[in-house]
Write a protein that binds this ligand. Structure first.
Ligand code: ATP
Length: 238
Protein backbone atom coordinates (compact mmCIF):
# COMPACT_ATOMS: atom_id res chain seq x y z
CA UNK A 1 0.00 0.00 0.00
CA UNK A 2 1.64 3.27 -1.05
CA UNK A 3 1.63 6.31 1.22
CA UNK A 4 -1.31 8.02 -0.40
CA UNK A 5 -3.66 5.03 -0.18
CA UNK A 6 -5.78 5.21 2.96
CA UNK A 7 -8.31 2.50 2.23
CA UNK A 8 -7.93 -0.66 0.22
CA UNK A 9 -10.33 -3.52 -0.37
CA UNK A 10 -8.89 -6.65 -1.96
CA UNK A 11 -11.18 -9.39 -3.23
CA UNK A 12 -13.73 -8.60 -0.55
CA UNK A 13 -16.55 -11.10 -0.21
CA UNK A 14 -19.27 -10.48 2.38
CA UNK A 15 -22.99 -10.80 3.00
CA UNK A 16 -25.58 -11.76 5.55
CA UNK A 17 -26.33 -15.46 5.14
CA UNK A 18 -24.73 -18.31 3.28
CA UNK A 19 -24.76 -16.55 -0.06
CA UNK A 20 -22.54 -13.47 -0.46
CA UNK A 21 -23.90 -10.07 -1.44
CA UNK A 22 -20.47 -8.73 -2.46
CA UNK A 23 -18.54 -10.96 -4.82
CA UNK A 24 -14.89 -9.98 -4.76
CA UNK A 25 -14.61 -6.20 -4.50
CA UNK A 26 -11.28 -4.51 -5.28
CA UNK A 27 -11.09 -0.84 -4.53
CA UNK A 28 -8.73 1.78 -3.17
CA UNK A 29 -9.04 5.38 -2.00
CA UNK A 30 -6.24 7.91 -1.61
CA UNK A 31 -5.93 10.55 1.05
CA UNK A 32 -7.45 13.64 -0.56
CA UNK A 33 -9.91 11.78 -2.69
CA UNK A 34 -13.69 11.73 -2.72
CA UNK A 35 -15.04 8.45 -4.00
CA UNK A 36 -18.71 8.03 -4.77
CA UNK A 37 -20.00 4.45 -4.75
CA UNK A 38 -22.99 4.46 -7.02
CA UNK A 39 -25.53 1.72 -7.38
CA UNK A 40 -29.23 1.09 -7.73
CA UNK A 41 -31.41 -0.21 -4.90
CA UNK A 42 -30.10 -3.48 -3.56
CA UNK A 43 -26.83 -3.32 -5.52
CA UNK A 44 -24.79 -3.79 -2.35
CA UNK A 45 -23.67 -0.27 -1.41
CA UNK A 46 -24.74 -0.44 2.24
CA UNK A 47 -23.29 -3.91 2.53
CA UNK A 48 -19.99 -2.52 1.29
CA UNK A 49 -20.04 0.34 3.79
CA UNK A 50 -20.94 -2.02 6.65
CA UNK A 51 -18.09 -4.29 5.65
CA UNK A 52 -15.59 -1.42 5.52
CA UNK A 53 -16.50 -0.09 8.95
CA UNK A 54 -16.58 -3.57 10.45
CA UNK A 55 -20.28 -3.94 11.14
CA UNK A 56 -20.34 -6.98 8.87
CA UNK A 57 -17.57 -9.58 8.90
CA UNK A 58 -15.64 -10.54 5.81
CA UNK A 59 -16.24 -13.96 4.32
CA UNK A 60 -12.93 -13.61 2.51
CA UNK A 61 -10.58 -10.96 1.18
CA UNK A 62 -8.80 -8.15 2.94
CA UNK A 63 -9.43 -4.58 4.08
CA UNK A 64 -6.57 -2.21 4.86
CA UNK A 65 -6.93 1.16 6.54
CA UNK A 66 -3.88 3.46 6.55
CA UNK A 67 -1.66 0.49 5.76
CA UNK A 68 -3.00 -1.71 8.52
CA UNK A 69 -4.86 -4.94 7.84
CA UNK A 70 -8.18 -4.41 9.67
CA UNK A 71 -9.96 -7.45 8.24
CA UNK A 72 -10.43 -8.99 11.68
CA UNK A 73 -10.74 -5.76 13.70
CA UNK A 74 -13.90 -4.56 15.42
CA UNK A 75 -15.59 -1.25 14.59
CA UNK A 76 -14.06 0.74 17.48
CA UNK A 77 -10.53 -0.29 16.48
CA UNK A 78 -11.18 0.94 12.94
CA UNK A 79 -12.55 4.21 14.35
CA UNK A 80 -9.39 4.61 16.41
CA UNK A 81 -7.38 4.29 13.20
CA UNK A 82 -9.16 7.30 11.74
CA UNK A 83 -12.42 6.16 10.18
CA UNK A 84 -15.68 7.98 10.85
CA UNK A 85 -19.04 6.84 9.69
CA UNK A 86 -22.05 9.05 9.16
CA UNK A 87 -25.12 6.90 9.41
CA UNK A 88 -28.75 7.79 9.07
CA UNK A 89 -29.35 7.02 12.69
CA UNK A 90 -26.34 8.91 13.95
CA UNK A 91 -28.16 11.99 15.22
CA UNK A 92 -30.15 12.03 18.47
CA UNK A 93 -33.21 14.28 18.05
CA UNK A 94 -33.75 14.82 21.79
CA UNK A 95 -30.22 16.15 22.33
CA UNK A 96 -29.08 19.62 21.33
CA UNK A 97 -26.95 20.24 18.27
CA UNK A 98 -23.92 20.88 20.43
CA UNK A 99 -24.52 17.79 22.57
CA UNK A 100 -24.72 15.66 19.43
CA UNK A 101 -21.44 17.07 18.19
CA UNK A 102 -19.70 16.47 21.50
CA UNK A 103 -20.79 12.82 21.36
CA UNK A 104 -18.88 12.52 18.11
CA UNK A 105 -15.70 13.46 19.95
CA UNK A 106 -15.86 10.65 22.48
CA UNK A 107 -12.39 9.42 21.56
CA UNK A 108 -10.87 12.91 21.37
CA UNK A 109 -8.84 14.64 24.08
CA UNK A 110 -11.12 16.90 26.14
CA UNK A 111 -8.91 19.91 25.56
CA UNK A 112 -9.47 19.60 21.82
CA UNK A 113 -13.25 19.29 21.89
CA UNK A 114 -13.99 23.02 22.12
CA UNK A 115 -11.64 23.76 19.25
CA UNK A 116 -13.24 21.07 17.12
CA UNK A 117 -16.72 22.37 17.89
CA UNK A 118 -15.75 25.78 16.58
CA UNK A 119 -14.23 24.19 13.47
CA UNK A 120 -17.48 22.38 12.74
CA UNK A 121 -19.53 25.51 13.37
CA UNK A 122 -17.19 27.30 10.98
CA UNK A 123 -17.86 24.69 8.31
CA UNK A 124 -21.61 24.61 8.85
CA UNK A 125 -22.59 28.11 10.05
CA UNK A 126 -26.30 27.26 9.92
CA UNK A 127 -25.72 24.97 12.91
CA UNK A 128 -23.78 27.54 14.89
CA UNK A 129 -26.62 29.95 15.58
CA UNK A 130 -28.75 27.09 16.81
CA UNK A 131 -26.22 25.18 18.89
CA UNK A 132 -28.59 24.91 21.87
CA UNK A 133 -31.59 23.87 19.79
CA UNK A 134 -32.70 20.25 19.75
CA UNK A 135 -31.45 18.27 16.79
CA UNK A 136 -35.06 17.17 16.26
CA UNK A 137 -35.97 20.75 15.36
CA UNK A 138 -33.61 20.81 12.36
CA UNK A 139 -34.68 20.39 8.76
CA UNK A 140 -33.82 17.08 7.09
CA UNK A 141 -30.86 18.64 5.29
CA UNK A 142 -29.48 20.29 8.41
CA UNK A 143 -29.83 17.05 10.30
CA UNK A 144 -27.63 15.34 7.71
CA UNK A 145 -25.05 18.07 8.11
CA UNK A 146 -25.17 17.61 11.86
CA UNK A 147 -24.49 13.90 11.25
CA UNK A 148 -21.50 14.85 9.12
CA UNK A 149 -20.32 17.37 11.72
CA UNK A 150 -20.60 14.75 14.42
CA UNK A 151 -18.50 12.34 12.36
CA UNK A 152 -15.93 15.08 11.75
CA UNK A 153 -15.53 15.77 15.47
CA UNK A 154 -13.04 12.90 15.68
CA UNK A 155 -10.98 14.52 12.89
CA UNK A 156 -11.07 11.34 10.77
CA UNK A 157 -8.73 10.50 7.92
CA UNK A 158 -11.58 8.74 6.13
CA UNK A 159 -15.17 9.94 6.31
CA UNK A 160 -17.72 7.39 5.17
CA UNK A 161 -21.32 8.22 4.40
CA UNK A 162 -24.16 5.93 3.53
CA UNK A 163 -26.78 7.60 1.38
CA UNK A 164 -26.70 11.17 2.68
CA UNK A 165 -29.54 12.01 0.27
CA UNK A 166 -32.02 9.55 1.69
CA UNK A 167 -35.31 11.07 2.78
CA UNK A 168 -34.35 14.52 1.48
CA UNK A 169 -36.19 16.66 -1.04
CA UNK A 170 -34.16 17.69 -4.11
CA UNK A 171 -33.70 21.15 -2.60
CA UNK A 172 -32.16 19.75 0.59
CA UNK A 173 -30.00 17.36 -1.43
CA UNK A 174 -28.58 20.41 -3.21
CA UNK A 175 -27.90 22.11 0.11
CA UNK A 176 -26.16 19.05 1.52
CA UNK A 177 -23.98 18.70 -1.59
CA UNK A 178 -22.98 22.33 -1.47
CA UNK A 179 -22.06 22.10 2.23
CA UNK A 180 -20.12 18.88 1.67
CA UNK A 181 -18.12 20.58 -1.06
CA UNK A 182 -16.43 22.69 1.60
CA UNK A 183 -15.03 19.60 3.33
CA UNK A 184 -13.74 17.60 0.36
CA UNK A 185 -9.98 17.21 -0.08
CA UNK A 186 -7.97 18.81 2.72
CA UNK A 187 -6.10 15.63 3.51
CA UNK A 188 -9.27 13.72 4.22
CA UNK A 189 -10.69 10.94 2.07
CA UNK A 190 -14.43 10.70 1.66
CA UNK A 191 -16.42 7.67 0.60
CA UNK A 192 -20.06 8.32 -0.20
CA UNK A 193 -22.49 5.54 -1.12
CA UNK A 194 -25.35 6.96 -3.13
CA UNK A 195 -27.90 6.24 -5.77
CA UNK A 196 -28.36 9.91 -6.50
CA UNK A 197 -26.07 10.88 -9.36
CA UNK A 198 -26.02 14.53 -8.21
CA UNK A 199 -23.29 13.49 -5.77
CA UNK A 200 -20.93 13.13 -8.73
CA UNK A 201 -20.51 16.89 -8.35
CA UNK A 202 -18.30 16.04 -5.37
CA UNK A 203 -16.42 13.00 -6.59
CA UNK A 204 -12.94 12.61 -7.96
CA UNK A 205 -13.58 8.96 -8.64
CA UNK A 206 -16.59 6.75 -9.08
CA UNK A 207 -17.17 3.11 -8.37
CA UNK A 208 -20.36 1.54 -9.66
CA UNK A 209 -21.74 -1.54 -7.95
CA UNK A 210 -24.08 -3.80 -9.84
CA UNK A 211 -25.21 -7.11 -8.39
CA UNK A 212 -22.51 -7.02 -5.73
CA UNK A 213 -19.65 -6.50 -8.19
CA UNK A 214 -17.75 -3.44 -9.36
CA UNK A 215 -18.93 -2.76 -12.91
CA UNK A 216 -17.02 0.50 -13.30
CA UNK A 217 -14.20 2.20 -11.48
CA UNK A 218 -12.49 5.33 -12.71
CA UNK A 219 -12.46 9.11 -12.70
CA UNK A 220 -15.72 11.02 -12.64
CA UNK A 221 -15.12 12.40 -16.13
CA UNK A 222 -14.44 8.91 -17.50
CA UNK A 223 -17.62 7.75 -15.86
CA UNK A 224 -19.72 10.54 -17.30
CA UNK A 225 -18.65 9.43 -20.75
CA UNK A 226 -19.62 5.80 -20.32
CA UNK A 227 -22.86 4.01 -20.80
CA UNK A 228 -22.59 2.43 -17.34
CA UNK A 229 -24.46 5.41 -15.94
CA UNK A 230 -27.38 4.77 -18.23
CA UNK A 231 -27.44 1.06 -17.61
CA UNK A 232 -27.15 1.30 -13.86
CA UNK A 233 -29.44 4.23 -13.22
CA UNK A 234 -31.91 4.52 -16.00
CA UNK A 235 -32.28 0.88 -16.97
CA UNK A 236 -31.15 1.55 -20.54
CA UNK A 237 -29.13 -1.26 -22.06
CA UNK A 238 -25.88 -0.05 -23.58
P1 ATP B 1 -30.26 0.48 -0.93
O1 ATP B 1 -29.92 1.75 -1.54
O2 ATP B 1 -31.64 0.01 -1.24
O3 ATP B 1 -29.92 0.38 0.54
P2 ATP B 1 -27.86 -1.01 -1.42
O4 ATP B 1 -27.12 -0.90 -2.70
O5 ATP B 1 -27.33 -0.29 -0.25
O6 ATP B 1 -29.35 -0.60 -1.67
P3 ATP B 1 -27.74 -3.34 0.23
O7 ATP B 1 -28.56 -2.73 1.32
O8 ATP B 1 -26.31 -3.51 0.43
O9 ATP B 1 -27.98 -2.55 -1.12
O10 ATP B 1 -28.40 -4.73 -0.12
C1 ATP B 1 -27.77 -5.68 -1.01
C2 ATP B 1 -28.51 -7.00 -0.89
O11 ATP B 1 -28.37 -7.50 0.44
C3 ATP B 1 -29.99 -6.89 -1.17
O12 ATP B 1 -30.37 -8.05 -1.90
C4 ATP B 1 -30.61 -6.92 0.21
O13 ATP B 1 -31.88 -7.52 0.17
C5 ATP B 1 -29.64 -7.79 1.00
N1 ATP B 1 -29.63 -7.39 2.42
C6 ATP B 1 -29.43 -6.15 2.90
N2 ATP B 1 -29.45 -6.15 4.26
C7 ATP B 1 -29.69 -7.43 4.62
C8 ATP B 1 -29.83 -8.09 5.89
N3 ATP B 1 -29.72 -7.42 7.04
N4 ATP B 1 -30.06 -9.43 5.88
C9 ATP B 1 -30.15 -10.11 4.71
N5 ATP B 1 -30.02 -9.56 3.49
C10 ATP B 1 -29.80 -8.24 3.44
Amino acid sequence: MDDATVLRLSEVVSGYGELPVLWGIDLSVTKDETLVILGANGAGKSTMIKTIIGELPLKSGKIEILGEDVSGLKIHKRIDLGVAYMSELGVFPTLSIQENLVLGAYNTRRTLVKERLEEIFGLFPELKGRRKALAGSLSGGQRKLLGVGKALMSDPKILIMDEPSSGLSPLYVKEVISSLRSITGKGRAMVIAEQNVSFLELSDRVCVIEGGKVSFEGSTSEFENTEVLHRAFFGIQG
